[in-house]
Unconditional design. Structure first.
Length: 110
């Protein structure tokens, strides 16, 4: 997906996919609040999320006739917001966030 936000372009095809978050154990894939977020990093070092979800998620689209339907959006993140997002992955047995990747991404020393 490609989207311009302000003067900046965000493109999931050109950016590096870092990791993915789906709230396993909170919402099942059949729940209207189900969503999935993928963290990306642009060549410039900027982070952004690509989020998608069902009608009850924060990624829904409003329907012209009322109600909502499944949707998606790109959300630019600051470095601190990206760190906070990634920290959700750490220590969760269902997700594949690692301390090593976290340190590499955010250039932290041991």
């Amino acid at each position: 997906m490609k989207q311009r936000i302000g003067t900046k372009m965000y493109d999931t095809e050109k950016a590096k996919r870092i990791n993915e978050y789906t709230p396993y154990g909170i919402y099942s894939v059949t729940d209207l609040k189900w969503f999935k977020e993928t963290l990306y990093r642009k060549r410039t070092g900027e982070f952004f999320l690509y989020g998608e979800g069902y009608a009850g998620s924060e990624y829904h689209f409003p329907c012209p006739t009322g109600g909502c339907e499944a949707g998606y959006k790109i959300v630019p993140l600051t470095v601190d917001e990206a760190k906070e997002w990634y920290e959700k992955l750490l220590g969760n047995k269902w997700l594949d966030g690692t301390e090593k990747q976290y340190k590499e991404l955010f250039e932290l020393d041991d």
